[in-house]
Design a protein. Structure first.
Length: 263
């Protein structure tokens, strides 16, 4: 099991899934550089780009010398990172679990959220994200719609991002969102989208919160169009952090899917 998190979360997001699956499966749950309790270098020491993120994941998985195929679980930016790696190594993928994410450009019908544009393209956004931790704090507030996070859990999501320096990845991820040709990383996402077809017949589970502040039904519809045979469970009032919002339903669904679709 390889679980790839997004922004502004960290590997903590998968803790309950790991507790359930680790009895029978090896769970590999990395923190991206700059996230969780990984190092948080400045721009002079690390290139905070999609290309580097994919290279990091590839280097990690190669170093582990895995002998079996991988069940890939992806959420948020983890979809772009993990699925780009998967498209480059399709022979290593056994199953896919998709959680409120994308591996293709912004759907045509989906407007880019104004809050993300402010964070991506303005100094005010930089001040809010790095100065006040607004992105991580805001995501913790709005990321669960059915079962809002209690204050203690929200603090744990914010915990690694406790200073201007330690919030560098939170901002750089947003600034690296590729929206149109010419944007850094847009060619990577386009190539990944073109390669998704090869997984059409793989066992696939899609779990979705439809009230996600970014990855809403436009993205879910895109996944369903690309993978009409996927097993899909969606929650009309569910939020972005679906493994938190409906954990008592979502985690057993994943465990059952893995049990049924083990080759």
């Amino acid at each position: 099991m390889v679980m790839v998190h997004g922004n502004p979360s960290w590997s903590f997001y998968y803790r309950n899934l790991v507790k359930t699956l680790s009895k029978d499966h090896r769970c590999i749950v990395p923190d991206h550089i700059g996230c969780g309790f990984s190092d948080k270098p400045g721009d002079d020491r690390y290139d905070y780009t999609l290309a580097r993120r994919v290279a990091d994941l590839e280097r990690l998985l190669d170093s582990l010398d895995l002998q079996e195929k991988v069940t890939l679980v992806v959420h948020d930016w983890g979809g772009m990172i993990g699925m780009t790696w998967a498209v480059r190594h399709p022979e290593r993928i056994a199953r896919l679990v998709i959680l409120n994410t994308a591996a293709f450009p912004l759907p045509k019908a989906k407007p880019f959220p104004p809050a993300l544009r402010i964070c991506r393209d303005s100094f005010i956004g930089t001040l809010l994200v790095r100065g006040f931790n607004a992105f991580a704090a805001g995501a913790a507030y709005v990321g669960c719609k059915i079962n809002p996070m209690p204050s203690k859990l929200r603090r744990l999501y914010r915990l690694p991002y406790d200073s201007w320096q330690n919030r560098i990845a939170t901002l750089r991820f947003v600034q690296d969102i590729p929206l149109q040709p010419g944007d850094r990383g847009f060619d990577i996402i386009s190539n990944t989208a073109d390669g998704l077809e090869q997984f059409r017949n793989l066992p696939m589970l899609i779990l979705w919160g439809e009230k996600d502040f970014v990855f809403d039904r436009h993205f879910l519809d895109e996944w369903k169009t690309r993978y009409p045979g996927a097993e899909v469970h969606s929650w009309e009032n569910g939020g972005h952090y679906i493994l938190e919002d409906v954990k008592d339903e979502a985690i057993p669904l994943i465990a059952d899917f893995i049990r049924r679709r083990t080759r």
